[in-house]
Design a binder for this molecule. Structure first.
Ligand code: ZN
Length: 311
C-alpha cells in the first residue's frame, strides 16, 4: 500500500545551515553536498538566495552552487524569496527555484514582510521570468499544518492556496511543517483535502521532528500515497518557537526506515551516515540523528567487549 519508490530531498545545507550562527567555510559546505550527492541523493535544496544581511550563513550561495558536481539526473534546488534571489539563481544555473510563502497572514508578514496575496503575485512574476530559462519553479507553503501565531489551520484553506499556485502553473508543491505541529491524522486530512480537489498536484512533505513524531508523519504521508519527502542530514535545523527542539526529520533515519519497508530511495545508507558524521565534525557537537549514533540494526558486538551483559 506504500509507494515502492520515494524521492528524498536533502535540505540540511539550507534549512539546517541557516540556523547555524558560526560561518561554515564554503569549501566544507561544497564537500559535504558532493558527498551527499555521491550517496545517491538526486534532489538537494542546497542553499538559498536570500539577503546576506538577513542570513549571513548563506552569503556564499553562488560559490556553493558552482562547486557542486553536476552528476546526471541531479536536481539542484534553491530557495528564492524575490526577484533579486531569482536573478542570482538563474546566474548560478540552478535546476529549480523554490518560491515560498506561509498559509497564514501573520506568519507571512513576520517571515516575508508582505501579505499572502503579494507573495502569490511575486510567484506569478517568478514563473514568467523562469519560463524564459530552463529553471523549474517549485512552490512551498510554510506552516501548512499549524501556525505558531494562529494555531490550527483549516485544511481547506491550505488546499485553496495550493489551488492558487496550481492556477499560475506550479505543479510541484511542498507542504512545510515549519514548527512541527503536524500529526498523522492531520497529515492525512490535509493531503486528502488537496488530492480530492487537485489530483495531479505533486505534493512533497517537509516535516520537522519538533515533537518527536516526524517519521510517524512520514508513514501517514506514505499511506496517502505521497512519495516525496524533505529531510536534513544529521537531523539539523531548528524551530524558532521551540528552543532546543530537534530540527528537520533526519535524512539517514528516513532512508533507514524507508529501506526497512523495502522502499527504493536510491540512497546508500552507509554513505549517508558517513556524511552525517562528517557534518558532526564540522559543527563540533552531537547531532539529533539516531541511526548515526546507534549504527545499523544488525550491528553486532563481540561478547568480549562487554564487561557484564545486561540481564
Ligand atoms: Zn524546515
Amino acid at each position: 500500500m506504500y509507494p515502492t519508490k520515494v524521492e528524498v530531498t536533502e535540505v540540511g545545507t539550507r534549512d539546517g545551515f541557516q540556523n547555524e550562527k558560526i560561518f561554515i567555510p564554503t569549501e566544507k559546505k561544497i564537500d559535504l553536498i558532493n558527498k551527499i550527492v555521491a550517496s545517491g541523493v538526486r534532489r538537494i535544496e542546497a542553499t538559498a538566495f536570500v539577503s546576506p544581511r538577513a542570513v549571513p550563513q548563506l552569503v556564499d550561495a553562488s560559490e556553493v552552487i558552482a562547486g557542486i558536481n553536476r552528476v546526471p539526473s541531479l536536481r539542484i534546488a534553491c530557495l528564492v524569496p524575490n526577484h533579486q534571489g531569482l536573478a542570482r539563481a538563474i546566474a548560478a544555473e540552478v535546476d529549480e527555484v523554490v518560491a515560498f510563502c506561509s498559509v497564514t497572514e501573520s506568519h507571512n508578514q513576520t517571515n516575508l514582510n508582505r501579505s499572502i496575496e503579494e507573495s502569490i503575485e511575486g510567484f506569478e512574476s517568478i514563473m514568467k521570468s523562469a519560463e524564459k530559462t530552463h529553471i523549474a519553479v517549485h512552490g512551498a507553503l510554510a506552516v501548512a499544518f499549524g501556525c505558531p501565531f494562529e494555531g490550527d489551520v483549516d485544511p481547506s484553506h491550505v488546499a485553496s492556496l495550493v489551488n492558487q499556485l496550481y492556477a499560475i502553473g506550479i505543479r510541484n508543491i511542498t507542504l512545510g511543517d515549519t514548527t512541527g505541529m503536524a500529526t498523522p491524522p492531520l497529515v492525512d486530512r490535509v493531503v486528502k483535502t488537496i488530492q480530492d480537489k487537485m489530483p495531479d498536484v505533486k505534493i512533497s512533505l517537509h516535516f520537522h521532528n519538533t515533537r518527536g513524531i516526524g517519521l510517524v508523519n512520514v508513514l501517514a504521508g506514505l499511506s496517502a500515497g505521497i512519495s516525496r519527502y524533505e529531510s536534513s542530514i544529521g537531523g539539523i535545523g531548528g524551530c524558532p518557537f521551540a528552543p532546543g527542539a530537534s530540527g528537520n526529520i533526519c535524512s539517514e533515519d528516513l532512508v533507514y526506515m524507508l529501506g526497512e519497508y523495502g522502499i527504493d530511495t536510491g540512497v546508500d545508507l552507509l554513505s549517508l551516515m558517513h556524511c552525517a558524521h562528517q557534518l558532526q565534525g564540522i559543527l563540533g557537537r552531537a547531532l539529533p540523528g539516531q541511526v548515526m549514533k546507534a549504527g545499523l540494526r544488525t550491528r553486532t558486538f563481540p561478547l568480549s567487549a562487554v564487561k557484564r551483559a545486561t540481564r
